[in-house]
Each structure stands twice: as C-alpha cells, then as structure tokens.
Design a binder for this molecule. Structure first.
Ligand SMILES: [Zn+2]
Length: 174
C-alpha cells in the first residue's frame, strides 16, 4: 500500500470518507503502489465493479487519481490503468479550509449585522424585518417572538475562524 503515512491522519481519513462515501472507502483507504485496474481492485477488495469505478471517478475528479487507457490490439477492449495521486491531498485540504474560512467569515458577518427574533414554541428564527412584518408574532403558531441573543453562536464562530486562520497562517487583518 502507498501513502501509508498520509492515511494515518484522521483528518485525511475523514476527508476521503466525505468524498467517496462508505461504499467507496475501501478503495480510497488502500491505494496500491503503482498502477491498478478497476477489475483488479474489485477482485482484491471483494467489491462491486460499479462501486470501485464510482470511487475512482470521484478521486479522479478531485485530482487524487489519474488513469491511462490501453487498447487491446486483438479485442479492441480498453483497459484503464489507475494511479493514485494522494500527494495532492494536503493541497486539496488546504483549499477546503480556505473555502470554509470564507463561508464562516460571511456567516459571522451576517450574524453580527442582524437582529434576530425567536419563536420558542416552533424554534424558528426570524430576522428583525420579518418579525416586524409578522407583528412580532410567529406566523406558524401565533406566539409572541422574543428577541434572541446570538452572542454565543458568534463567539463560537469567531473561535473557529481564529483556529482556521492559525492553521493556515492567515493574518487576521487579511
Ligand atoms: Zn411558533
């Protein structure tokens, strides 16, 4: 098996699992050294060929596998020889963290810049404007909606953002 060290990292295991799902995980978790065909993998891992192909294609779409095609001169059959490209995982993960950081920063700004009202009966949250339109009564059940403090949510998000910035070595002012 190749890339053993990378695959020991639980963050990387989780990342692969999210990409290929439980059915594809046996394929993703055991990248062979060198080239392999989908049939070989299916046989070796005792999996349906379609599940193997699906996992390989997802890895391919994420730059984590490549293939070359060989045509059999006699039968005309195409064989796909796959190579796992897990050296690209760290870069992919970093891109993903940047995306998450952007999303969290936007979300945090939205939370900070809006006032919210809550129907405690239905657990539905309304923006101030909505709540006002409804006369500060829940449109579902008619209960009065109460002003809601989202400080805890904002604080939790800011901690997560700070952690991510730290991990990515991003300056907070950037
Ligand atoms: Zn309600």
């Amino acid at each position: 098996m190749a890339f053993e060290e990378l695959l020991e990292d639980p963050v990387i295991q989780k990342y692969l699992h999210e990409l290929v799902g439980p059915k594809g995980m046996p394929v993703a978790a055991a990248p062979p050294d060198g080239e392999v065909t989908d049939e070989e993998l299916a046989e070796e891992l005792d999996l349906e060929l379609n599940d193997v192909r699906r996992a390989l294609f997802i890895l391919y779409e994420n730059d984590l596998a490549s293939y070359r095609r060989l045509r059999d001169e006699d039968s005309g059959w195409l064989t796909y020889l796959w190579t796992f490209q897990y050296q690209n995982i760290p870069e992919n993960l970093e891109e993903e963290m940047y995306r998450l950081l952007d999303t969290l920063a936007d979300r945090n700004e939205y939370e900070r810049n809006h006032e919210f009202y809550l129907c405690e009966v239905c657990s539905i949250r309304f923006e101030f404007g909505e709540a006002m339109d409804f006369g500060f009564e829940c449109p579902e059940c008619g209960s009065p909606v109460e002003s809601m403090d989202n400080e805890m949510l904002v604080t939790a998000m800011e901690e997560r953002i700070a952690d991510l910035r730290d991990e990515l070595n991003v300056d907070a002012s950037a």
